[in-house]
Write a protein that binds this ligand. Structure first.
Ligand code: BDR
Ligand code: CA
Length: 306
């Protein structure tokens, strides 16, 4: 089996951290690089947190590149409080041992995609700023991307940051619109599906009781975060790479509202031919998951960390 080559662009973030750990524990996936972006916490913190998670998993070999410290159009002071003061649930995870690798995330994305045409899957788990700027700086990379599987948006359900917008798209709607119209194959894990990845107390207790120190640290993060957000959003993206049969969805043409102050960051998913105006679908919008099978997979992979 040749592992799938991925770059994870993220803003850790507890659920980002669990997504990273799931990828590290899965031989079907090779994480070629991690790129970081502002989101749940400021960029310096998301970057340090990516390193802390790699250190926890003994994966100091994976290069981490810091990216954009603000969204494209408007700076934001909107962090997410659900991830704790340090962004990883304040469980006392050791601080990052070293700085990120040199090279801005945007340039690294461009270089790596050009070096491996059709090979690399991008997994954005935070605001889409780095991916969008890479596409703006180097439009030739769009057809080189194998697939973009991202967490963000809310096609048929309310937002979690405003009534209309999910957090990652609320932070940088313009970036999302650039990515959604770039022409690369897209799979969207919005709140439609990730709100169904509900964390159960008995699942946490089971994993915590049976497993080693890394698994216990993962559960400690989830436990802290789970008091404020009940769902594991970002790991769904990685789980989809491992077993797409866990999920179902619909093909749609997805656009992002960038103007209206009331609905900025809203994803508009046109499913029917009529709503698409005869234009093709651009994105697979995931809407459903097999909950118990997903959490069995998560438990099994988290156990492999130790
Ligand atoms: C998204 O927002 C962040 O808080 C999570 O990490 C996830 O990527 C969910 O709306
Ligand atoms: Ca995230």
């Amino acid at each position: 089996m040749t592992p799938r080559r991925v770059i994870i662009d993220c803003d850790p973030g507890v659920d980002d951290a669990i997504a990273l750990l799931l990828a590290f524990a899965s031989p079907e996936i090779r994480v070629e690089a991690i790129t970081t972006v502002i989101g749940n916490v400021p960029l310096a913190r998301t970057t340090a947190n990516a390193r802390r998670v790699c250190d926890l998993a003994g994966r100091g070999d994976i290069p981490i590149h810091a990216g954009c410290a603000r969204p494209i159009m408007a700076p934001t002071d909107r962090g997410s409080s659900v991830h704790g003061g340090d962004g990883l649930g304040d469980i006392g995870l050791p601080e990052a041992a070293g700085p990120p690798e040199p090279g801005h995330a945007v340039d690294v994305l461009i270089d790596r995609l050009r070096a491996a045409p059709g090979e690399i899957t991008l997994c954005p788990l935070g605001p889409l700023t780095n991916i969008a700027l890479a596409l703006v700086k180097a439009p030739d990379i769009a057809p080189l991307i194998k697939e973009i599987v991202f967490m963000g948006g809310a096609a048929f359900v309310p937002g979690n940051t405003t009534p209309a917008a999910e957090f990652n798209l609320a932070i940088d709607p313009h970036a999302a619109q650039i990515v959604l119209t770039a022409g690369a194959p897209l799979t969207m894990f919005g709140l439609d599906v990730t709100r169904k990845a509900l964390i159960a107390e008995d699942w946490m207790a089971r994993v915590e009781a049976e497993r080693g120190p890394r698994a216990r640290a993962a559960i400690a993060m989830i436990r802290s975060y789970g008091r404020k957000d009940a769902c594991l959003h970002d790991p769904c993206v990685i789980a989809h790479l491992l077993d797409p049969s866990l999920f179902e969805g619909v093909a749609a043409r997805v656009s992002v509202e960038c103007e209206s102050p009331l609905t900025r960051g809203q994803t508009i998913a046109a499913v029917s031919e009529r709503h698409r105006g005869g234009l093709p679908a651009t994105c697979q919008v995931i809407t459903g998951l097999a909950h118990d099978r997903l959490f069995t997979l998560l438990a099994e992979r988290i156990a492999r960390l130790d």
